[in-house]
Design a protein around this ligand. Structure first.
Ligand code: FAD
Length: 525
């Protein structure tokens, strides 16, 4: 095996990147992790509720599969969902082997219940500190294993290899200085989603979807970018940053009330507060409009204090330090952007349409979430498909994801000089929120596409050898989301159009996004 194949480059250090690095190391490879901030900084760190796996005595992979498919509103890729749900218990066992200590009750793993799950099947750690516990444990193992880690190192561009060669990567520090090109090697994109690009978001600010823009520029096929999941219950409190209040709290009995104190979810869905996220988010938007409230309230006062503080220590601590006693006072919440369902199109082995480029975790679009991700399936996705990437790098087989039935071709960089405004990133964030948010329509989506193209045209480097700026990457990612949302003239799962309010059978298909001029992915390669 050529030595470069034994030195894969892993971009990102969330659950997907760290897991892939550790497993590759176990199999004798010598991976390098590059990550744009500190090693532990990622969305993964903030995950609260936990990881779904059918390990309870009343549960089965079949039931987990059924719930995943039902939540996905007709778009779940069936083989991917089967793989996810069948492999889940093995990946949890791997995490335990790496040292993650999940919460137990009387020596048995404790299982939480979350929205749209028919069984209690969510393993958690540190109460509501699952992400932090997993991230810290995997980080410790990475350091112990002596894996080559380069913090504050940003992937800026990917250059596909010629013929059968692997891609090369161009890296720099976060300020854009010290650019260097790697030699050709397998590259694993584990850069997470784009939720932090929205004005109101549960994600940390580093989650800006650059990996998506970089892959698209390199000619990779993306799919399902219109599906952005909004989390219904994120704390909105003056003086506090947005803070997610996990669904598991509703699983424990917390209910939603409008500003008049009325419980409203039973009017919207038979599963009330445990309905799928898109339904709860839209119900909240309607209640806010109806009652002219600034927030709705998550009322956990019915949960005994000991139970509440014992199961959700991080959330309760955060609320108390901001002057809220959750066992006595309802929590002010609103929906915010949370999860990027679409991404770089991959097959079951994590292969993208570019040879030697793999993707896993939130940046990937495996089709496993369909149009709406089931809660606690995303940390799991990083593990299950991360493992497939590892096996594929170990023994590469030619192949590529099948192109979707519909593909939109997008010309980028946009023509013309454009107009960026003084603060392009701020404008992108605002526009995504107001024009590409929970409720969408053609007029606002069209305006957003035009504006993102304008910002893109003004932000793109005129000299192709220059590396794109953050604004250029952000305008491209935002434009991809808005363009896909404009093209999908129906409502399905997380994508809701007020001008096309119902699903249409002709749209029961994934939507691909390809850069015009990009080499069409051959299948199989
Ligand atoms: C508040 C919150 C709560 C959540 N709760 C849950 C939950 O309970 N259960 C669940 O399953 N999911 C949950 N999720 C979703 C889940 O956390 C994410 O989907 C998952 O962590 C994604 O993991 P990842 O490894 O793909 O990406 P991330 O964890 O986001 O990591 C991405 C990494 O890529 C790096 N990076 C990005 N771009 C570049 C670049 N250009 N160059 C170099 N490095 C780069 C980042 O620095 C980071 O290290 C939650 C998300 C949030 C925000």
């Amino acid at each position: 095996m050529p030595s470069s194949l034994r030195r894969p480059l892993i971009v990102g250090s969330g659950i997907a990147g760290l897991y892939v690095a550790l497993r590759l190391r176990e199999l004798g490879h010598n991976p390098t992790i590059v990550t744009k901030a500190r090693l532990e900084e990622s969305n993964t760190r903030y995950a609260q509720g936990g990881i779904a796996a059918a390990i309870g005595p009343d549960d089965s992979a079949r039931l987990h599969f059924r719930d995943t498919v039902a939540a996905g509103a007709g778009l779940v890729d069936i083989p991917a969902a089967r793989l996810l749900t069948e492999d889940a218990p093995r990946r949890i066992a791997e995490l335990v082997r790496f040292g993650v200590r999940f919460d137990t009750v009387n020596g048995v793993v404790a299982l939480g219940r979350e929205a749209a799950h028919s069984r209690a099947r969510v393993v958690h750690a540190g109460g509501d500190a699952t992400g932090l516990t997993v991230e810290e444990t995997l980080r410790e193992r990475v350091v112990e294993a002596g894996i080559d880690v380069r913090e504050r190192t940003v992937l800026r561009r990917l250059v596909p290899g010629r013929a059968k060669a692997n891609p090369t990567a161009i890296l720099s520090d976060p300020d854009g200085d010290g650019a260097e090109e790697t030699d050709p090697r397998p590259v694993v994109l584990a850069t997470g989603g784009a939720g932090g690009l929205y004005r109101n978001s549960s994600n940390p600010s580093i989650t800006t979807g650059e990996g998506l823009a970089i892959a698209f520029r390199a000619g990779a096929l993306l799919t399902d970018m219109e599906f952005v999941q909004f989390h219904p219950t994120v704390l909105r409190l003056p003086g506090a940053h947005p803070f997610l209040i996990t669904e598991a709290l509703r699983g424990e009995g917390a209910v939603l009330r409008n500003s008049r104190g009325e419980r409203f979810m039973p009017r919207y869905h038979p599963q009330a507060e445990l309905a799928p996220r898109d339904i709860v988010s839209r119900a909240i938007v309607r209640e806010l409009e109806r009652t002219k409230g600034a927030t709705v309230f998550l009322d956990a006062t019915g949960i005994p204090r000991e139970r509440l503080f014992g199961r959700f220590p991080t959330i309760c601590h955060f609320l108390v330090t901001h002057g809220l006693e959750p066992d006595r006072t309802p929590i002010p919440v609103v929906p915010m952007a949370h999860y990027t369902i679409g991404g770089v199109r991959t097959d079951l082995e994590g292969r993208t349409s570019i040879r030697g480029l793999y993707a896993c975790g939130e940046v990937a679009s495996t089709g496993v979430h369909g149009a709406n991700r089931l809660a606690s399936n995303s940390l799991l996705e990083g593990l299950v498909f991360g493992e497939r990437v590892v096996l594929q790098i170990r023994r590469p087989h030619p192949g590529a994801p099948a192109p979707p039935q519909r593909t939109l071709t997008i010309a980028w960089p946009p023509r013309g000089e454009g107009r960026a405004g003084r603060r392009p990133l701020d404008e992108i964030r605002d526009l995504l929120w107001t024009h590409v948010g929970i409720v969408r329509d053609a007029e606002r989506l069209g305006e957003a596409v035009r504006r993102f193209s304008d910002i893109g045209a003004a932000s793109e480097p005129t000299d192709p050898s220059e590396l794109p700026s953050r604004a250029a990457h952000a305008s491209l990612t935002a434009c991809l989301i808005a363009s896909a949302a404009l093209a999908r003239t129906e409502s399905r799962g997380a994508h809701y159009r007020s001008d096309y309010a119902v699903p249409r059978p002709s749209w029961r298909t994934h939507l691909g996004l390809a850069r015009s001029g990009a080499r069409r992915p051959a299948h199989p390669l």
